[in-house]
Design a protein around this ligand. Sequence first.
Ligand SMILES: Cc1cn([C@H]2C[C@H](O)[C@@H](COP(=O)(O)OP(=O)(O)O[C@H]3O[C@@H](C)C(=O)[C@@H](O)[C@H]3O)O2)c(=O)[nH]c1=O
Length: 183
Amino acid sequence: MEFADELLPGARFVRLKRFDDARGSFVKTFSRSLFEAAIAGMPGGEPFELSEEFYSTSARDVIRGMHFQVPPHDHVKLVYCASGAVLDVLVDLRRGPGYGKVASVRLDAAAPSLLVIPKGVAHGFRSLTDDSLMVYKTSTEHSPAHDQGIRWDSLDFAWDCPAPVISARDRAHPPLAEFESPF
Ligand SMILES: Cc1cn([C@H]2C[C@H](O)[C@@H](COP(=O)(O)OP(=O)(O)O[C@H]3O[C@@H](C)C(=O)[C@@H](O)[C@H]3O)O2)c(=O)[nH]c1=O
């Protein structure tokens, strides 16, 4: 694991090592000791406590987001693309000079990587392939009452996706300009 770029304060792009052989490949996606060493003490960094793991599959041009849980059930999220590829997008919702800042990065199963997403950062993605498998680990459990979003098309970001497939819930989120941040 190589803790590479900081996309937003505390949001890290981590390159993963892939071992290939005649059978296929092997990729480790979590190591407690490496995360403790790399994350603790960083701005926005805190030890990662696993509470839930889940995954989704998405067809090409599905957009999911922009999602986060609000306090007291806000969480750190680790996410990677296990199959296919996505354009991953983050928005900083933490009050301060970085508020509203957008970062994006391609997550591609062919070049394994994962994102560490701190509390107060909304997450979403556009699927770039027909069967993108996204795997998440979160530090708190799902709390429907605290699971919120902002509209994907209200950000300072060009999705370059004229006909996205989006859930009714995601269409109903408020735009960033109307969001009152609790972070
Ligand atoms: C997120 C979540 C959803 N659900 C249910 C609610 C709903 O019936 C169904 C699908 O939920 P959603 O439409 O919210 O799924 P989805 O849009 O894929 O939600 C995900 O989006 C990405 C961008 C994230 O960052 C994730 O944290 C998560 O919010 O699964 C759970 O039971 N537990 C959960 O933790």
